[in-house]
Design a protein around this ligand. Structure first.
Ligand code: FAD
Length: 264
């Protein structure tokens, strides 16, 4: 049983999130314990966590938890991962994490064993499915797959969803069950670099935008998300019908609060 951060390091942290107020109002601190960690597909590790604080915890599909994965001197290093499932009665929270190479988040995920402990804060994030939308367009890379599948699965019968997901290769495709009508395009990189805009941009330029009021969710690498937003703007989709979110920045570690640094 190992703590992600030894108690002595925790005690010395200068933590900007010591108080859960401001952006963090409505979140709670969760003392997680690892229940299981399994390789889901070549580039995905599934980790199941439990915590007493999951009693009475609620979240919207697409929201995430922020894990305190390491310390940089006395500064906390946090990483954000979307809640893929929450089993309320069993107090079990599932995260699907991309194995992209290296980073403090990935190192903790790879080392995590049943019984290990890590602090979390959640639920975080403002993006969930738009209740006003006649149709939903989800576009992203593999880091966004948990969010996209969780949101899609939450849509009621009669909803219309299109998913465009870029993933490393066919073996990383995941099954899911949705009540909505779903059109799905998997884009396989097949050895190509993550975080290049070309494939998702080409698909975004062509994807059908059905009649009625739609909402687009653009999630993934920071510059790619920016490019996809520009393309949909050019195609006439208003800003208030788009939810763009940078999950990571190519060639640069996320900041200690778990998002790409502002100037990335
Ligand atoms: C709201 C939100 C929800 C998220 N949900 C999930 C989720 O459910 N599952 C998930 O896996 N990720 C998710 N992410 C993305 C994840 O937090 C980042 O990928 C994070 O950078 C991983 O931390 P790290 O310490 O492993 O790598 P970092 O230390 O941040 O980065 C180290 C190096 O790895 C590269 N890198 C980081 N992430 C990726 C990637 N995905 N692909 C390729 N290269 C990468 C960086 O460019 C850098 O060069 C989410 C992010 C946000 C903001």
């Amino acid at each position: 049983m190992t703590d992600a951060l030894p108690q002595a390091v925790m005690a010395q942290l200068e933590d900007p999130f010591a108080q859960l107020n401001g952006n963090l109002a409505g979140t709670r601190r969760l003392q997680f314990e690892v229940v299981s960690s399994t390789l889901l597909s070549p580039h995905f590790q599934r980790i199941v966590l439990t915590a007493a604080e999951l009693d009475g915890f609620s979240y919207a599909p697409g929201q995430d938890v922020m894990l305190l994965v390491a310390a940089d001197g006395n500064r906390p290093v946090r990483r954000r991962y979307t809640i893929r499932y929450l089993d309320y009665s069993g107090r079990l929270l599932t995260l699907d994490v991309v194995l992209h190479g290296d980073g403090p988040g990935e190192r903790w995920i790879r080392s995590a064993r049943p019984g290990d402990r890590i602090e979390g804060i959640g639920p975080r994030g403002k993006i969930t499915t738009s209740p006003e939308a006649d149709w939903h367009l989800f576009i992203g890379d593999e880091a966004a797959m948990p969010a996209i599948l969780a949101m899609t699965e939450s849509l009621p019968v009669g909803s219309d969803a299109t998913i465009v997901l870029e993933i490393p290769d066919a073996a990383d495709e995941q099954e899911f069950s949705a009540a909505a009508t779903v059109r799905l395009s998997w884009l396989h990189r097949m050895g190509g670099q993550a975080g290049e805009a070309a494939r998702l941009a080409a698909e975004t330029a062509e994807v059908e935008l059905p009649p009625g009021r739609g909402h687009a969710y653009l999630l993934g690498e920071a510059r790619v998300v920016l490019r996809l937003r520009e393309i949909l703007e050019t195609r006439g989709l208003p800003q208030d019908q788009m939810s763009p979110k940078a999950y990571w920045g190519r060639g640069r570690a996320n900041a200690g609060h778990g998002e790409p640094a502002r100037d990335a």
